[in-house]
Design a protein around this ligand. Structure first.
Ligand code: LLP
Length: 442
């Protein structure tokens, strides 16, 4: 694909320069149609049995995006009381929220028990603490009805992911309860009068080959047979998206995955005697492709044979490349043609702007941000059309773990977020942070 922005009609007819002029750069821009499309895809992973896709909101917690997930019929996973609060604010009823924390204080369990939000316990120690908290709140008449029901997170012994930092199961991670400790789960549950309503797992983040996940499903279902009368079984998230789309990377084969998943479930249901509610926990798949960051090139230089294109998309705005060596495609949207002022560009037509990039040489450039760290690199030795001062660029696939992981490092306030609605209108869904916002906390 030559241009994702153009081929997906990402801006729905709005000129990217006009969006940049109105909201400034860097700015996160979302496309409602793409977000809804991906959410619909995950909602349909299992159709034969009771199923909910739980959007894992850590990928993106903007309340306006959570509202889209609500409208698309997704449930949600939350990792903290903060995420639960945002979900409640977006309008999710408590029954559609699943709390999956790890290593948290009693106060966080009190929060979920009082609100009646299904909670998964990540270790025997956390199950014990949940039990103690539930017992005390129950005696005080403060536990919501049904909060004796909880879930346990199983570590299935194998993991997967795009780098070690995001593998969340297997022998080298902190997550979940190992299989050998399962008998102890029942002992603790009995001691406090808890009921194990569900089991969940999450093997890791970003795989394009469904086989690993299918193996993990088979394995969890084997483990599930040791639990009586489960209400739900949650297989976790991790479905990947093509970050190399400009090189025509294949998409996650969703249809093939669904076909291969069904017989695995059939066999389990026949054996177990009934179909519990099946769940998955996709984060990235729902939101990653529905956002680009618009950024501006401010300085180009040569240092020891390397061409550095310096932009305003620093590691504070998008940390994934510095943190995981992650790849994000970059598109030159055209515009900066030298020393003209920004105002001159805004009134021009897209076609004219695009024309300005034609005929530019392509060569290896290292695209950096404006943060004072040498690790502040957005793309290393990337083959791109020559970048020039004033150019507007789009960094692709930034909807997941983009804004949710950004920071005001170097005291650069966090960017604004803008939604291109399906009718083509442009809505600001989060204002740019200001230095006053930062000062207000001190
Ligand atoms: N469920 C649990 C319990 C998780 O820990 C995660 C992600 C998910 C679901 C959703 O996984 P997804 O479908 O998005 O792969 N910051 C990293 C990703 C870390 C993901 C951690 N857990 C990144 O930017 O690649």
């Amino acid at each position: 694909m030559e241009s994702f922005v153009r081929e997906s009609n990402f801006f729905e007819g709005n000129a990217p320069e006009a969006v940049a002029a109105e909201y400034g750069t860097p700015v996160y821009v979302y496309n409602e149609k793409i977000l809804r499309d991906r959410m619909r895809q995950v909602a349909g992973v299992i159709t034969k049995y009771p199923y909910t896709a739980n959007y894992s909101v850590k990928a993106n917690t903007n309340v306006h995006i959570l509202k889209l997930a609500l409208e698309e019929g997704l449930n949600c996973d939350a990792m903290s009381p903060g995420e639960i609060t945002l979900l409640l604010k977006a309008g999710f009823p408590k029954e559609r929220i699943f709390f999956i924390p790890n290593n948290v204080a009693e106060s966080e369990f009190a929060f979920s028990i009082e609100k009646g939000i299904m909670t998964s316990l990540d270790s025997l120690a956390q199950l014990e603490l949940y039990g103690e908290t539930w017992k005390a709140l129950s005696a005080a008449g403060k536990a919501a009805s049904g909060s004796e029901r909880c879930a346990v997170r199983i570590n299935p012994g194998v993991g997967a992911g795009h780098c070690d930092k995001v593998v969340t199961a297997g022998k080298k991670t902190k997550f979940g309860i190992q299989e050998a400790d399962i008998p102890e789960i029942f002992t603790i549950a009995e001691r406090y009068g808890l009921k194990i309503a569900g089991i969940n797992q999450h093997i890791g983040s970003l795989f394009m080959d469904p086989q690993l996940y299918l193996d993990a499903v088979t394995n969890l279902l084997r483990i599930a047979r040791g639990f009586e009368k489960l209400e739900f079984i949650d297989f976790g998230g991790g479905y990947g998206i093509p970050y190399h789309k400009l090189q025509d990377e294949a998409r996650f084969p969703m249809e093939d995955f669904k076909k291969r998943l069904e017989p695995i479930l059939d066999e389990f249901v026949a054996d177990y005697g009934y179909a519990p509610l099946f769940k998955s926990e996709p984060g990235r798949f729902c939101v990653a492709e529905g956002s680009v960051i618009l950024g501006r090139v401010h300085a180009v230089k040569q240092n020891n044979g390397v061409t550095y294109a310096g932009t305003d998309v620093g590691m504070n705005v998008l940390v994934r490349p510095s943190m995981y060596d992650s790849w994000h495609d970059i598109e030159l949207l055209g515009a900066g043609v030298g020393s003209e002022g920004l105002e001159d560009r805004v009134g021009r037509q897209d076609a004219e702007l695009e024309g300005s990039r034609d005929g530019r040489d392509r060569f290896e450039q290292t695209v950096t941000g404006n943060i004072c760290e040498s690790g502040d690199i957005l793309a290393k030795s990337r083959m791109l059309p020559e970048l020039r001062r004033g150019d507007l660029i789009a960094v692709l696939d930034t909807g997941a773990y983009g804004y949710s992981m950004c920071s005001p490092y170097n005291s650069r306030p966090r960017p604004a977020e803008v939604l291109i609605c399906k009718d083509g209108s442009v809505k600001q869904i989060r204002r740019r942070e200001t230095i006053e916002d930062i000062l207000a906390l001190m």
